[in-house]
Ligand binder design. Structure first.
Ligand code: HEC
Length: 124
């Protein structure tokens, strides 16, 4: 009886640990939009310098997916060639790394954006 309990408890915690290690599904509304709001939207909404220069509005899913003058920013399933990821990871020309003139995003935020695009850039 006691042994059975210990076994079961060990199994449960193993499942819990495995669960937290595997890649979680990134949510646009819960994970991605807050990163954009914090790091991009002060310049990338109508009337602000980033939006005026590039046409990119980062305040909603629809606006982000529309992109700007330069075209689409997000290629669902392909973070490697998505401009959004190239820019925040510093893989584009250094002069256009975003956020413009500021510190790079936190590593965890960069990773979240990458996983979101690779998981299909869904609006959820
Ligand atoms: C402090 C203001 C500011 C912030 C914050 C900012 N941007 Fe920008 N962004 C600009 C300006 C100004 C331009 C146009 C000039 C340029 O390309 O350097 C621009 C241009 C862009 C472009 C077009 C680049 C091109 O090819 O010309 C993209 C894409 C972009 N920003 C994405 C982002 C993202 C994503 C974030 C947040 C991670 C962000 N920006 C944060 C000011 C900002």
């Amino acid at each position: 009886m006691c042994m059975k309990f210990i076994l079961r408890a060990t199994l449960l915690s193993a499942v819990a640990i495995l669960g937290s290690c595997s890649l979680k599904t990134v949510s646009y509304s819960k994970d991605v939009q807050p990163i954009l709001t914090r790091n991009c939207s002060e310049c990338h909404i109508s009337g602000k310098p980033g939006f005026e220069a590039s046409g990119l509005d980062t305040s909603s899913y629809a606006a982000l997916m529309k992109g700007g003058k330069f075209g689409a920013l997000v290629k669902p399933g392909d973070a490697f060639t998505s401009a959004l990821n190239m820019l925040v990871e510093g893989r584009a020309h250094p002069s256009i790394r975003m956020p413009h003139g500021k510190e790079k995003l936190a590593a965890g935020d960069i990773e979240t954006l990458k996983n979101w695009v690779n998981q299909g850039a869904k609006n959820d």
